[in-house]
Write a protein that binds this ligand. Structure first.
Ligand SMILES: Cc1ncc(COP(=O)(O)O)c(C=O)c1O
Length: 403
């Protein structure tokens, strides 16, 4: 392998994924140039203990020196996260949404407790299934009753289940997420049995930041946490926002030397910059993401492509769900095979039937651009190679919602 192998690979990747391909994965987004430059800054070489790092309830002495600016940027990023998500406390160190989930779950449950979340078969996050996070912390886990027709919880049944099974933790949020949850509808049951109610906003964090989708903390969730790189257009990582002072001590205690040691300070600087972008441009961005998602659903269905939940306006998030059964009938393909076919034309979707409109919104696409994108999508599904046309469309856009 040549010494410049990785440099050349990054160049190839950037030419392809940043200049030629159109990304419709709901789990991804792109960062601004300022955020990218912060990711390669000196912060990425350094150690410090997080501000307010705790051990057994006591603040830890910082054993590192040269940390003056690192400490400042961490405090600034936490302050911005509190403003953007309207919480009293924020933790910006988690290395990913999964790590944020581990810190929250560890802090809000004890060995043997039951946790409830959206079932994986209805689009819930795999990490909450038996065998994954619950196993590590010796917890039991079960799914909340879910109604496929509305792609939402069955609230009456969920309330009864919470009262009967008395979980210690109820987690809302999912990997396939189209519509807001009725947090108030289950909050009472959680309070009655002493269960904590938390919100995994990994997918919809950018929408929440911009005031779309829902406001989990003011609607009754105790904690909002998630990934910072899906609809939230930041560096890959995680964050946690909440109000309670007691929770602040236990989350910080479980963070340092239990789930993590050093955080990635370049990522935290980049996250701070993204929070500034969100504060300034988030409202327009989030509104446009939802408009684009709904419009793209309409354009695809108008061309005979099966997108679910047309009767409910398709979505209120950045995601659309493909009707896999109809795809199989119409194209004689699984969604996985369809995604491989689309990738030949540099149209990137995932293999599980989701389409995400967050990244194309960040590029600056608006509703008027979506008939053209839908035409290319359908042509590619029909087996025509539209590589050049996809590149042509991609090249007309840059990056928006940045300083
Ligand atoms: C709902 C949900 N929670 C948590 C995660 C984990 O996030 P990350 O990949 O940032 O660790 C995901 C990942 O896709 C997710 O969909």
């Amino acid at each position: 392998m040549n010494h410049d192998y990785f440099i050349k690979s990054a160049k190839k990747q950037e030419k392809w994924r940043l200049q030629e391909a159109i990304n419709l994965l709901p789990s991804e987004n792109i960062t601004s140039n300022q955020v990218r430059s912060l990711l390669s800054s000196d912060f990425g070489h350094r150690y410090t203990l997080p501000v307010n790092a705790m051990w057994s309830g006591d603040f830890l002495e910082n054993s590192y020196r040269g940390t003056r600016i690192t400490t400042e940027i961490e405090e600034a990023a936490e302050k911005l996260a509190c403003e953007v998500f309207r919480g009293r406390h924020a933790i910006v160190q988690p290395l990913s949404g999964h790590v944020a989930a581990m810190i929250v779950i560890l802090s809000m449950s004890r060995k043997g407790d039951l946790i409830c979340s959206v079932p994986v078969e209805n689009g819930g996050y795999d990490g909450y299934e038996e065998g994954y996070i619950p196993d590590i912390f010796s917890l039991r886990s079960t799914g909340l009753p879910f109604d496929s027709r509305s792609h939402n919880l069955k609230y009456d049944e969920a309330t009864k289940m919470i009262r009967k099974k008395k979980p210690s933790l109820v987690i809302l949020g999912a990997s396939f997420i189209l519509f807001p949850y009725d947090i108030e509808a289950i909050r009472g049951a959680c309070e009655d049995v002493g269960a904590s109610l938390v919100y995994d906003g990994s997918h919809v964090l950018g929408l929440i930041a911009g005031g779309e989708f829902q406001k989990p903390l003011s609607e009754g969730a105790e904690v909002l946490y998630g990934s910072t790189h899906k609809s939230f257009f930041g560096p890959q990582g995680g964050l946690i926002v909440y109000d309670s002072d007691d929770l602040d001590s236990s989350l910080r205690k479980n963070l340092t030397w239990r789930i993590m040691d050093n955080a990635h300070w370049n990522r935290i600087a980049a996250l701070g910059q993204t929070l500034m972008e969100m504060k300034r441009f988030g409202k327009d961005y989030a509104r446009q993401v939802v408009k684009n998602a709904r419009r793209f659903g309409k354009e695809l269905v108008g061309r005979g492509f099966p997108i679910m939940y047309e009767d409910l306006g398709f979505t209120r998030s950045h995601q659309l769900l493909i009707d896999r059964k109809i795809v199989r009938k119409k194209y004689h393909l699984s969604v996985n095979d369809l995604s491989i076919k689309l990738e030949k034309s540099d149209l990137i979707i995932d293999s599980v039937g989701r389409i995400g409109l967050a990244e194309i919104t960040r590029l600056g696409m608006k509703e008027k651009d979506l008939p053209e994108l839908a035409d290319l999508f359908i042509e590619a599904c029909d087996g025509n190679n539209v590589l050049k046309k996809v590149k042509g469309l991609r090249n007309r856009f840059g990056i928006e919602y940045t300083f």
